[in-house]
Design a protein around this ligand. Structure first.
Ligand SMILES: [Zn+2]
Ligand SMILES: [Zn+2]
Length: 146
């Protein structure tokens, strides 16, 4: 990433944090970078492991606190599978999650722009979509069955 993009990212982060009453801290920056760097919907533990590489002194509690601040500031969202730990996703655009039940991978797929045509109960006012689709990813589908 070039330094102009880094600065813009940092300004975005600072603004979003401060409107929700959070301070910009190097730890929050680090945790946000971890989420942005590899968008594979890591769990808090996975974020902790990755953050430690950049910031060896960061604690588990700090990472949890940072994730909480990012979620409350609208910089990341929590994604819950019916089983397993909460995962984190920095993609704040309307999207669906496709879960591979074989390998556990989560894919982001943008919602169609025309969500008005989505079926919904009569008179229902949609705030946001939280759609999870289960199945088997291309890689797992190609593997010979055991
Ligand atoms: Zn996502
Ligand atoms: Zn898979």
């Amino acid at each position: 990433m070039n330094s102009a993009a880094t600065n813009q990212n940092e300004r975005h982060l600072t603004e979003k944090l401060s409107t929700s009453g959070f301070r910009f801290t190097p730890q929050r920056r680090c945790v946000y970078d971890v989420l942005m760097h590899k968008r594979d919907h890591p769990t808090a533990d996975e974020v902790f492991m990755r953050a430690k590489r950049a910031m060896p002194e960061i604690s588990h509690a700090t990472v949890y606190n940072c994730l909480d601040a990012l979620v409350k500031s609208g910089l990341a969202r929590q994604v819950s599978l019916e089983r397993g730990a909460t995962r984190f996703c920095p993609n704040m655009e309307e999207h669906c999650h496709y879960y591979c039940d074989a390998c556990g991978e989560v894919f982001d797929v943008m919602m169609p722009a025309d969500t008005a045509s989505m079926p919904r109960p009569k008179g229902f006012k949609v705030d946001h979509y939280d759609i999870a689709v289960h199945g088997v990813c291309a890689e797992c589908a190609a593997k010979p069955k055991k």
